[in-house]
Design a protein around this ligand. Structure first.
Ligand SMILES: Cc1ncc(C[n+]2csc(CCOP(=O)(O)OP(=O)(O)O)c2C)c(N)n1
Ligand SMILES: [Mg+2]
Length: 293
């Protein structure tokens, strides 16, 4: 942790829920990015946590933007900075709803144009800010206010969609591993062109677990193989060591699901579907890492 600067860009006493993973992750994202950063934020928990003008809890410039336009806005901004000869980092910090559903078209277009910006999707697997409705990123079987009997569609393969655009750098990470978040954001910002980071953010409010378990739930997500930490740098896939170990000897799925109220009453069929999806993803990544595909 000593390599991570002590300076804080997310100030204390925000309106975040207890145990909020998104504000914690943002601390590490901004520590990695530093002062010369503009954060582009569509509607999400972060736009609440940042506060209401003229007050703000974020100690960098923040640009609030309509859902669908975050990536378009960031790409235009980064181009304007480039023309002005400035090295300012432009980072979209958006939720899963704003990324896998509403902002996907703009993200795709900006990736295709190879604009120089970083897009961080913090994935709490629901529209949390508006009361835990399901998003395309909600996993199979999870109960939300719009899927009270459990979601009957799988989590959308956002990383597969992003990878199809072949950005120079993309990675997954999780708030439970601050050094991993820090390192990947620094790396993403050091590479020219668009980069994408998909950050798992276990949300006590939406997932209905105790707020003191945020970090533990993130670790269990990785150790059970339900979330895989990896990087794709200029097309080369590297599965990070913590996930490599987890995939060889995964924690039982039950250890990940049982503290979460959103999975209460989940049946064996749903569990089997979750396991088979996770295995499929692991297999694909292992093949890609070995250069088999
Ligand atoms: C076009 C539009 N539709 C809906 C809303 C209402 N809204 C604000 S935040 C939000 C949820 C966003 O979910 P997500 O992107 O996952 O972020 P989270 O709240 O989970 O942080 C919604 C639906 C809006 N502001 N604009
Ligand atoms: Mg969300």
């Amino acid at each position: 942790m000593t390599e991570i600067p002590r300076e804080e860009f997310v100030l204390k006493c925000t309106s975040a829920c207890a145990g909020c993973p998104s504000s914690l992750a943002l601390r590490y994202v901004l520590k990695a990015a530093g002062h010369d950063t503009v954060l582009v934020v569509p509607a999400c928990c972060t736009s609440v946590i940042q506060g209401i003008f003229p007050f703000t809890s974020l100690n960098v410039t923040v640009y609030n933007i309509a859902f669908a336009a975050a990536a378009a806005c960031a790409s235009g901004m980064s181009e304007a900075f480039r023309k002005a000869g400035k090295k300012t980092s432009v980072i979209v910090y958006a939720g899963d709803g704003g990324t896998v559903d509403i902002g996907l078209q703009g993200l795709s277009a900006a990736l295709e144009r190879e604009e120089d910006f970083l897009y961080v999707c913090y994935d709490n697997e629901a529209y949390s800010n508006t009361g835990m409705q399901r998003s395309g990123a909600t996993p199979y079987g999870a109960r939300t206010t719009t899927t009270p009997a459990g979601k009957t569609h799988p989590k959308k393969d956002l990383d597969g969609i992003v990878a199809a655009h072949n950005p120079p750098y993309m990675a997954t990470t999780c708030v439970a591993y601050p050094q991993d978040v820090f390192r990947k954001v620094q790396k993403a910002l050091s590479i020219r062109g668009p980069s994408f980071i998909h950050l798992l953010a276990p949300c006590p409010t939406s997932w209905r677990f105790s707020p003191d378990l945020t970090i533990e739930m993130g670790k269990r997500a990785i150790r059970s193989g339900m979330w895989i930490l990896y990087e794709r740098e200029f097309g080369k896939v590297t599965i990070n060591s913590v996930s490599k170990a987890a995939l060889k000897n995964p924690l039982p799925l039950e250890d990940y699901l049982s503290p979460q109220g959103r999975f209460s009453g989940i049946g064996q069929r749903e569990k089997d579907i979750l396991i088979s999806q996770a295995r499929k993803m692991a297999k694909r990544l292992i093949h890609e890492e070995e250069g088999v595909c």
